[in-house]
Design a protein around this ligand. Sequence first.
Ligand code: CLF
Ligand code: SF4
Length: 484
Amino acid sequence: MSSQIVSLDSLTVSPSPRRGGCASSSCGASSRPADIDPATWERIKDHPCYSEEAHHYFARMHVAVAPACNIQCNYCNRKYDCSNESRPGVVSERLTPEEAVRKVVAVAAAVPELSVLGIAGPGDALHDWKNTRATFDAVRKVVPDIKFCLSTNGLALPDHVDEIAEMAIDHVTITINAVDPEIGARIYPWIFFDHKRRTGIEAATILLERQMRGLEMLTARGILVKINSVMIPGINDDHLPEVNRAVRARGAFLHNVMPLISDPAHGTHFGLTGQRGPTPTELKALQDRLDGGAKLMRHCRQCRADAIGLLGEDRGQEFNLDRLPETVTYDPAPRQAYRAFVAAERGDRGAARDDALRRIGAVADDVRLLVAVATKGGARVNEHFGHAREFQIYEAGSKGITLVGHRKVDAYCMGGFGEDATLGPTISALDGIDTVLCAKVGDCPRDALQAAGITVTDAHAYDYIETAVGKVYAERFGRAAAVA
Ligand code: CLF
Ligand code: SF4
């Protein structure tokens, strides 16, 4: 594997990259969000899921060492990955703890952006605690500078909190879809608890009680807890504000509301019985309703239990066991160099963001604009329209410039040619978007989007995202003098 540093220059592919931007210590601008205290920021600033800002720079990897599960969710088919932290439909490579360590070292050598090792199934990380613990213990000895993160349905959580704290696992996700057992019983047909299979309201009552107890125990020990909730229209969508209040009251750090993925082809109960998932507009409306409660995560990509890379990309196939060298040696230098590079880049971007917010502030009225951005990392507009497999969605308005979600699409450009058949679905996926920002776009897709009322432009190629969004907003609504 190459141990070459993946610099932000290579991410931006800028014709005139801004090299040597002012270091964060010297420019006065901070990348720390105003609502996060400095001590907490130190704990999350390299975690791509716990910090939206970090997800532009840092990567996570999952190792699929925990195949078994102690509950059944109606959105899960055991043939596939855990839907709580993964996209169903693709089977993971199952690993032993020894194989997992080999893989982590190989990825750490090749992906300097790597900062977090997560165990998210494909079953439940705590039900398979022996494997989970053995993996973390072994990785710690070889790669000491990686954060540990785990995800669980919460049933076994109260039994493991003390060990989790002793092992300095600082980030734990619990999937909580309901706090009312009547609603829970419509989501969980059974659990296996205390040597017995339990069903209906009894099962949901036990599960929900243990999830809440586990959450309280974790936050009492200062561990950062994220709550994932699957939004299931007609079942728990109206109930999720209550979940948000309950987890906030118990000290949850983040609440991540994810859309149900329901496809009959996945063979899940919900998929086979016609339960639909929410539209992007319904999801955003619910998230907007939750604003002001527990802090929301809006950049989740529902990644696989063996995902590797920046959120939104999955390099897992590059690191299948049969492609790894027999012996791999850990070298921390490229990852340390990358972190230093990011620190400088963040200072530069913080100044650019402050400037963009001033542009937005120059607009008197509270008008909102939804902008879709093609990016491949580094917080810049740096992906061609035709290569984009997702667009990050930013909302600009009186609250500033905020990432509010993403929309997945099929790449338009295949092997150098535009694939017109993908344009219709892409335009549908961009419903409600005013402007698309990208590094390059051809006339054909530009005209097709224009006909659908969506402006697409490469005029802000390689700018920081906030800079570009701020300019578009000011051009649309502000005074001409506000636009540099
Ligand atoms: Fe993995 Fe989960 Fe840790 Fe992140 S994922 S265990 S907190 S390192 Fe992240 Fe993936 Fe969303 Fe999960 S984007 S599915 S929130
Ligand atoms: Fe499936 Fe995960 Fe639910 Fe277990 S917790 S049933 S693996 S979605």
